[in-house]
Ligand binder design. Structure first.
Ligand SMILES: Nc1nc2c(ncn2[C@@H]2O[C@H](COP(=O)(O)OP(=O)(O)OP(=O)(O)O)[C@@H](O)[C@H]2O)c(=O)[nH]1
Ligand SMILES: [Mg+2]
Length: 733
């Protein structure tokens, strides 16, 4: 039997012993050594040779990852291990550190129970360290700390043991501050990490050794000894004495919860169904009973031969080949073709996969990250987790050769399936694809996937920003007439106040509301401030715009309802100001006159009447644009502080906080996404590459009035329209 088969057999056996499973993500600021550390742990299981580990970067298997030396995609690996005479199954997700791939970190959090926060001993706590730790705590994922690259402190920087300890204490304090600020109340104390109890270890993922206070006693080795080994170029021997895998395993097995423990406090947060139900109990206890199988998909990979492969966290049950499973929200079940686990780039097929593990299911057609799979067609879906990672930077992409268009459409569809942080939209008028991602690097990589992985030559526009249109006051009631003048619709629009809008967003619903079926949505509308009758009269929600029917006793209205909703959807997809999406409006449908003959009130009559009325209303109600903004956090040596402030103030940032930490300054603020374009390069130039920054989605904000006209003109011209929007009267005829 080959090594891989042995691992498979062992993993299959260990999978059902829930107490001895640990699911963890390796998280850190970029380049702090996550993949190198993971490689070395994988080497322990013999999946790659020990000599190659750390250099081959097994976890970074994609060509671009190898070429650029960064992680782009999260990778899972299941490692069977032995620890103090017992066998464990460790499921590890190596996450990317670059800010553009923050969505991957958020998704990984849903699959794990614990996180190993890696901090580079030389650089210390960096902006992205804080971001990923916050993301873990938000999902109730318990952290432990691995202080990495300690070898560099000794061999390159000649730091004395005393100074080294001071550094470690400082890192631990910084991390604990973050934990006590961001963890849920009940964990604020228990989850603090401590050098003494072994929830912190320090070592070298690269040279394969690590140490913690409990390990010092066990291996009878002191900190001074470690320093001597390093100074005398004996790190190989050190690695045999205190192997990173042993120390790492002890820390994670002792301090991270097993799935049974963590699901008890996590299920109530990530699943809003009835906690008294049978399926809830199965998840709360991590039951392996086949009839209550539930999995949340956190990653999708397309395989040329096997089709869509969904991987994610199994919260309950056991899934086998041949079972019929439902994707929540879909009516027809799908037959499971195969099940398995991942070993980095390789997939291993197993007989079955069970609760408490990270597993993959093969054969689910058209599946997306974030979806719920279960064997119950009424299963309540898991909470959505992507709202903190909205793609905000966009490029337009066109095939150089028109014959490639069908292939381009397919490739883009597949890319969005594999990477849920990429959104794509085809502009029917111009034939160009708008592809939105998290940042410039993210878009560059997507471009590479299209051009190099799939051989489609494309032209790509410079990055553009996606705005949304809205209004600032209530409009008058305006009558929209159909082209044949036989149908009239009276409509008015008004903006939601901030609070109501937040509640509408929280409903997370988009589409038509079925009066007798979507009772839950109707309830939520009541919570958002609609009275009972109003809530029941809401016909549809789209882009956080609400269409409400306020008419009474109109003949044939029911037959026209679908078309009115369609007109509303069209108008809110492409507004009158600059053909951007419309967001956050209440659209009152107040009255209508309809032709009695259905032939005279078809789509060609009703659709333009509705969109034109909505457009005229918006243009008479003090319209404006909202722009996406990001929270920005920059760490820079103090000498460059002035230069950075200057760059930021020239780019419309609001600085919220400036702290001094040792020799560096930390600047936290908000910046429009528009100003992020090219920021990387400018900062690098102004600080000789010394500024380290991270940006995170922070919602939308009103564009300053002084920039409205010029921005509108810019977007309109890009889209081939006159610079100025039409007046309201244009849509009133
Ligand atoms: N000296 C030293 N170098 C290390 C150590 N760990 C990692 N490195 C080096 O640091 C660089 C980054 O390592 P990676 O493992 O790719 O870092 P990462 O955190 O996975 O990076 P991203 O996934 O892109 O965020 C590589 O050049 C490694 O060889 C260590 O313990 N000591
Ligand atoms: Mg990596």
């Amino acid at each position: 039997m080959g090594r891989k088969e042995q691992v498979a057999e062992l993993a299959q056996k260990l999978m059902s012993n829930t107490e001895n499973i640990r699911n963890m993500a390796i998280i850190a600021h970029i380049d702090h050594g996550k993949s190198t550390l993971t490689d070395n742990l994988v080497a322990t299981a013999g999946l790659i040779s020990k000599d190659l580990a750390g250099e081959q970067r097994f976890m970074d298997s994609y060509v671009l990852e190898q070429e650029r030396g960064i992680t782009i995609n999260s990778a899972n690996v299941s490692v069977p291990c032995e620890h103090e005479g017992e066998q464990y199954l460790i499921n590890i997700i190596d996450t990317p550190g670059h800010v553009d791939f923050g969505g991957d970190v958020i998704r990984a959090m849903r699959a794990v129970d614990g996180a190993v926060l890696v901090v580079d001993a030389v650089e210390g706590v960096m902006p992205q360290t804080e971001t990923v730790l916050r993301q873990a705590l938000k999902e109730r994922v318990k952290p432990v700390l691995f202080i990495n690259k300690v070898d560099r402190l000794i061999t390159e920087m000649n730091v004395t043991p005393e100074d080294m300890q001071k550094r470690f204490v400082k890192i631990v304090m910084d991390i604990n501050n973050l934990i006590s600020q961001n963890a849920a109340e009940e964990f604020r104390k228990d989850w603090l990490v401590s050098i003494k109890d072994g929830s912190v270890c320090f070592g070298s993922g690269f040279h394969n050794w690590a140490l913690s206070v409990p390990a010092m006693a066990k291996f009878n080795i002191s900190f001074k000894d470690v320093t001597e080994y390093c100074q005398n170029e004996k790190q190989k021997e050190l690695a045999e004495k205190i192997p990173v895998s042993v120390v790492f395993l002890k820390m994670t097995i002792d301090h991270l919860p097993n799935p049974k423990v963590s699901q008890k406090y996590r299920i109530p947060i990530i699943w809003e169904g009835d906690l008294e139900s049978e399926e809830a109990k199965a998840m709360l206890t991590c039951s392996k009973e086949e009839k209550n199988s539930a999995m949340m998909v956190t990653d999708v990979v397309l395989d040329k031969h096997a089709g869509d492969i969904a991987s994610g966290r199994m919260y309950s049950g056991t899934i086998k080949k041949g079972m019929d499973l439902y994707i929540a929200g879909k009516e027809k079940p799908i037959k499971v073709q195969q099940v398995g686990i991942y070993l980095g780039p390789e997939r291993i097929i197993l007989d079955e996969v069970s609760a408490g593990n990270i597993a993959c299911i093969i054969g689910m057609k058209e599946i997306y990250a974030g979806q719920t799979i279960s064997n119950n067609d009424k299963f309540h879906a898991f909470e959505d987790f992507m709202s903190d990672a909205e793609p905000v930077m966009t490029v337009s992409v066109e095939a150089k050769n028109s014959k490639d268009l069908p292939k381009l459409i397919e490739v883009i569809h597949n890319i969005t399936k594999e990477d849920p942080n990429i959104r794509a939209e085809l502009n029917q008028e111009t034939g160009e694809h708008l592809i939105s991602g998290m940042g410039e690097l993210h878009l560059e990589i997507t471009q590479y996937k299209i051009e190099k992985d799939n051989n489609i030559p494309i032209t790509v526009s410079p990055p553009i920003v996606v705005y949304y249109e809205t209004v600032q006051k209530e409009s008058p009631t305006i009558e929209g007439k159909s082209p044949n003048k036989h149908n009239k619709f009276k409509i008015s629009v008004e903006p939601f106040d901030k609070e109501t809008l937040a509640k509408i967003k929280a409903i997370k619903f988009d589409g038509k509301i079925r009066p007798n079926k979507d009772l839950e949505i109707i309830e939520k509308l009541k919570d958002a401030g609609f009275n009972r009758d109003e809530a029941k009269s809401v016909w549809a929600i789209h882009n956080n715009c609400v269409l409400i029917n306020r008419t009474k006793g109109i003949q044939n209205l029911f037959e026209t309802k679908e078309l009115i909703i369609e007109g509303f959807t069209d108008a809110t997809n492409s507004g009158p100001v600059a053909k951007e999406k419309v967001n956050g409006l209440l659209i009152n449908f107040e009255d209508a006159t309809l032709h009695e003959d259905a032939i005279h009130r078809g789509p060609a009559q009703v659709l333009p009447a509705i969109t034109r009325a909505i457009y005229a209303c918006m243009l008479s109600a003090d319209y404006t644009l909202f722009e996406p903004i990001q929270k920005l956090s920059i760490s820079v040596p103090q000498d460059y502080m002035g230069a950075v402030s200057k760059v930021l103030s020239s780019r419309r940032s609001q600085i919220e906080k400036m702290d001094i930490e040792g020799d560096s300054s930390i600047i936290v603020g908000k910046i429009p996404v528009k100003s992020l374009i090219g920021l990387s390069q400018t900062l690098r130039g102004e600080t000789q590459g010394r500024a380290i920054w991270t940006a995170e989605y922070a919602g939308y904000q009103k564009l300053p009035k002084s920039l409205l006209a010029i921005t509108v003109a810019e977007i309109r011209e890009r889209k081939g329209m006159d610079p100025e929007p039409k007046p309201a009267t244009y849509f009133m005829d």
